[in-house]
Design a protein around this ligand. Structure first.
Ligand SMILES: [Fe+2]
Length: 314
């Protein structure tokens, strides 16, 4: 059985279509989706509709599905979540709400488990080294190659005693997760970890593309193949600029553009910068008022690259 393992689409319909076309060409027989279908790119509703039409697909929910329940308000901070929430049909929202947090099933005697975050399996052991906000500092000199990242992941985790202790307690089988948008995989004494990266918003400091992973189970044997389909980031950005999300949530859209161009996290730092700025002017309102949010973002545009050059390597 050949599965396409796909995570963190984040509303990026063009990337999802590229992945599904490639998966079909590769002879995929079934699909496994590990959460975060919405927020960031403006096609979450179309993504949900397409996903629901797929045969032989299993789904779990991610943390961003929870952000669709943002309350009404006039703040700047939640503009993109609010826009996304408005853009999703009641039917698709009900489908997203009903998705399980985790699932497990058998394939040819191999147990496959799915959870959005690796924390479900190994606590914070992977998060400590490879959380999205920490990865750019690991590869601050240049874009990282797939081979280097995989070697770094395996040697770093292979020396982490919390990780090794947690892994030893797991049953043998395949453990799928996403969340940090860093594609990687490894096998530890019959326990496979498979992170397919982010289909629509890769943040693993490498090449931009539509990202997913093929997982094959044949005669009880597991094989994994990482896939990354290149496409035009500037054409994608130009497309987003024509949507009402760009009008309603311009700052968030620009932050996502910057993440697409560099494949490096920005959200954590933009929020931290806004928090710091609001404190400096004695503004305690949260979520951030529109004026504060705009002024903080202007400051980020002026100073962000100098303060955090590792976030802008491309
Ligand atoms: Fe995500």
């Amino acid at each position: 059985m050949k599965y396409a393992v796909i995570s963190d689409i984040h509303g990026n319909l063009p990337a999802l279509k590229l992945v599904l076309e490639d998966a079909k060409r590769q002879g995929t027989q079934a699909y496994l989706f590990a959460g975060d279908y919405c927020i960031s790119a403006p096609w979450a509703n179309e993504v949900a509709t397409l996903l629901r039409s797929l045969p032989d697909a299993r789904f779990i929910r991610g943390n961003d599905e929870n952000h669709l329940d943002v309350p009404d308000g006039d703040d700047g901070q939640f503009e993109v979540s609010r826009w996304c929430s408005r853009s999703i049909s009641a039917d698709n929202k009900a489908w997203l709400d009903a998705l399980p947090e985790e699932l497990s099933f058998q394939c040819e005697g191999v147990t496959i488990r799915m959870a959005h975050s690796s924390e479900a399996y190994v606590g914070k052991a992977i998060h400590k080294h490879f959380r999205t906000s920490a990865v750019p500092a690991r590869y601050s000199e240049a874009p990282v190659t797939r081979q280097h990242l995989l070697e770094d992941f395996r040697s770093t985790m292979g020396q982490d005693s919390d990780f090794l202790t947690a892994m030893a307690k797991l049953d043998k089988g395949v453990y799928i997760f996403g969340h940090n948008h860093v594609q990687c995989f490894g096998c530890y004494d019959g326990r496979w970890l498979v992170n397919p990266g982010s289909c629509g918003l890769p943040l693993d400091c490498g090449d931009f593309g539509a990202v997913y992973t093929l997982l094959t189970i044949a005669n009880g044997q597991v094989t994994v193949e990482e896939r990354r389909i290149p496409y035009d980031v500037e054409a994608l950005i130009a497309q987003v600029k024509t949507t009402s999300q760009y009008q309603a949530a311009r700052i968030w859209s620009e932050v996502i553009f910057s993440e697409w161009r560099t494949c490096r996290e920005k959200v954590y730092y933009v929020l931290w910068n806004a928090e710091h700025y609001a404190e400096s002017i004695g503004d305690s309102r949260r979520p951030f008022a529109k004026d504060t949010w705009q002024a903080a973002y202007d400051l980020w545009l002026q100073n962000g690259q100098q303060a955090h050059p590792e976030l802008f390597v491309r």
